[in-house]
Write a protein that binds this ligand. Structure first.
Ligand SMILES: [Zn+2]
Length: 338
């Protein structure tokens, strides 16, 4: 077992909004019908990986207590420290952030071994859509006929990007964005209620992302970054200034922020305003940014500074100060002056 999950607390329960899905899986486990290949699909920041981890630890635990891993047995101590030989996590590596075929081959070899502690083996792949084509192909046979006592848990934030051949071999469990009230009561534990609400809004309703924002300083930064994009769209700030305000954001987070602000801006427009030049400009910008986000998610690796400057320049030209100038120029165009 490798990666971020080392040094876990003794017990990993599912998150409060996942209880119904959790109970269903536990019931099928008790009935002996838990699928050996599960695809857990939900937007990043809503807790799919946490659910998969809770399930992995539950399955590996020698004596689960009250529907979670016990936290006390040898298996639980080993999954907490990241040293359990029957638990393997595949995560993206390297600059391209892909899961290469070599990792999947190692995982298949892992699946072929007998469980060391005699319980079962768990292979967790997250995010599964980061497997490249060769890796996904290599996994197909194992998905179809998983070795005895082996569970494959695939986590994805972008189900449609997984090959249909992978999806069709898994039982799919979809996690919607949780209800706001559930998120807020979880987020607000020991925290300022208003800050929790603000963070959840900035995180587009995704509670784990909101919890990250509530870490010291993050919320103020995220608020400023969003305000900078809004100022650009409102013609109150120039692209280079906005670029500087967003310089610390990784490219995928930058694109996500742009998509969200553009969607929110469109949501506030009346049907008539949607057909206006501004509405059309917002649509065109959203298309462009979503196209860039799809390309990046599919593995494109543009130079971040250049991509950022180009997109912000485009937004400014269509919606910002430069767009206002262009509208003025069109009012005073030669035809008008004649
Ligand atoms: Zn245990």
């Amino acid at each position: 077992m490798t990666g971020e999950s080392s040094s876990l607390p003794p017990v990993t329960p599912p998150l409060p909004w996942q209880h119904a899905a959790w109970e269903r899986l536990l019931a099928s486990r008790k009935g002996g019908s838990l699928p050996h290949a599960l695809l857990l699909a939900g937007l990043p920041g809503t807790g799919c990986e946490r659910f998969a981890l809770a399930l992995a630890r539950y399955l590996l635990c020698a004596a689960p207590v009250q529907g979670t891993n016990c936290g006390d047995c040898k298996a639980c101590r080993l999954t907490a420290s990241g040293a359990h030989g029957d638990f393997l996590i595949l995560e993206p590596t390297g600059k391209g952030q892909v899961i290469p075929v070599g990792q999947v081959r190692d995982a298949i070899a892992f699946g072929a071994q007998t469980p060391g502690l005699g319980q079962c083996k768990v292979l967790l792949i997250a995010p599964a859509e980061r497997m490249n084509a060769a890796a996904a192909n290599a996994l197909l046979k194992t998905l179809e006929e998983p070795p005895a006592n082996t569970y494959l848990l695939l986590v994805t934030g972008a189900e449609s990007r997984l090959p249909a051949t992978v999806r069709s071999r898994c039982q799919v469990l979809r996690f919607p964005v949780p209800a706001e009230d559930d998120c807020l009561s979880w987020l607000a534990e020991g925290r300022d209620q208003e800050a929790a609400r603000q963070a959840l809004a900035l995180a587009a309703g995704r509670p784990l992302r909101a919890a990250e924002l509530l870490q010291e300083g993050e919320l103020a930064t995220a608020t400023k970054q969003r305000a900078a994009v809004e100022a650009l769209l409102g013609g109150r700030a120039a692209a280079p200034a906005v670029d500087a305000a967003l310089a610390d954001l990784p490219l995928d987070a930058f694109l996500e922020l742009l998509v969200r602000v553009l969607q929110d801006a469109l949501r506030t427009l009346s049907p008539a305003a949607l057909r206006s030049p501004r509405g059309q400009g917002l649509f065109a910008c959203l298309d462009e940014v979503q196209g860039a986000a799809r390309a990046v998610a599919a593995g494109a690796n543009p130079q971040p500074e250049l991509a950022r400057a180009t997109l912000l320049g485009g937004l400014e030209a269509r919606l910002g100060e430069r767009a206002a100038d262009a509208r003025l120029r069109s009012v005073f165009s030669p035809v008008t002056r004649l």
